[in-house]
Design a protein around this ligand. Structure first.
Ligand code: YK8
Length: 177
């Protein structure tokens, strides 16, 4: 896999969780900017295991010329029970893109780690992996992997820069430097 985000933000761990994993203005605005439409967020629900789960459905707009312009997608998120409110959050998000070529062969797993650094700071790490449900022909596999990495890199670079904008806004007029 690859580590796409690894940075300390001037944002508390709680706030970071709220920005990324609730139906926040921030995530709505970011989805708009990425042309992710028809988003439906299910609420977080407890599991027997002690973890929490929710799923998101949306339509992504694709810029890759090899692929159709849109695809529906499902994102299943799990907030592991090892998470501690305000301290540490571990979230795995499996993303299935339903309408791209070879969609039945692969999905993407994004692991988000939010770690409290101090009262008003946290570290965000996002680790991504392309997973295979069935083994495609080697050439196809490298094609899928290559195209997924480039899309993911673009997405997470943009997310990081929007979080930096949000950080600047949140810290305007007070808060520790
Ligand atoms: C989530 C991974 C692959 C997919 C795409 C597929 C190419 C198909 C390969 C062919 C278009 C928001 C991506 C990037 C679409 C966007 C997905 C996003 C960014 C040529 C064989 C959507 C995170 C996420 C996970 C997976 C990404 C897809 O929050 O290349």
């Amino acid at each position: 896999g690859r580590l796409y985000v690894n940075r300390v933000f001037n944002i508390s761990a709680e706030k970071m969780f709220e920005l990324l994993f609730t139906d926040s203005h921030f995530i709505r605005r970011f989805m708009n900017a990425r042309k992710i439409t028809n988003a439906i967020f299910a609420p977080w629900q407890s599991e027997a295991s002690g973890s929490m789960k929710r799923s998101l459905n949306y339509t992504i707009t694709i810029t890759n010329p090899l692929v159709g312009k849109f695809s529906t997608a499902t994102e299943n998120q799990i907030l592991y029970k090892e998470s501690r409110e305000g301290q540490y959050y571990l979230i795995d998000a499996e993303v299935y893109t339903h309408d791209v070529p070879y969609h039945d062969y692969f999905y993407t797993q994004n692991r988000y780690c939010i770690i409290r650094h101090s009262k008003h700071k946290c570290r965000l790490r996002v680790y991504t992996d392309v997973k295979y449900k069935k083994q495609p022909w080697g050439l196809v596999k490298s094609f899928i992997t290559k195209n997924s990495w480039s899309g993911l890199e673009d997405y997470f670079r943009h997310l990081e820069s929007e979080l930096m904008e949000e950080e600047a806004e949140l810290n305007q007029g007070g808060g520790d430097p």
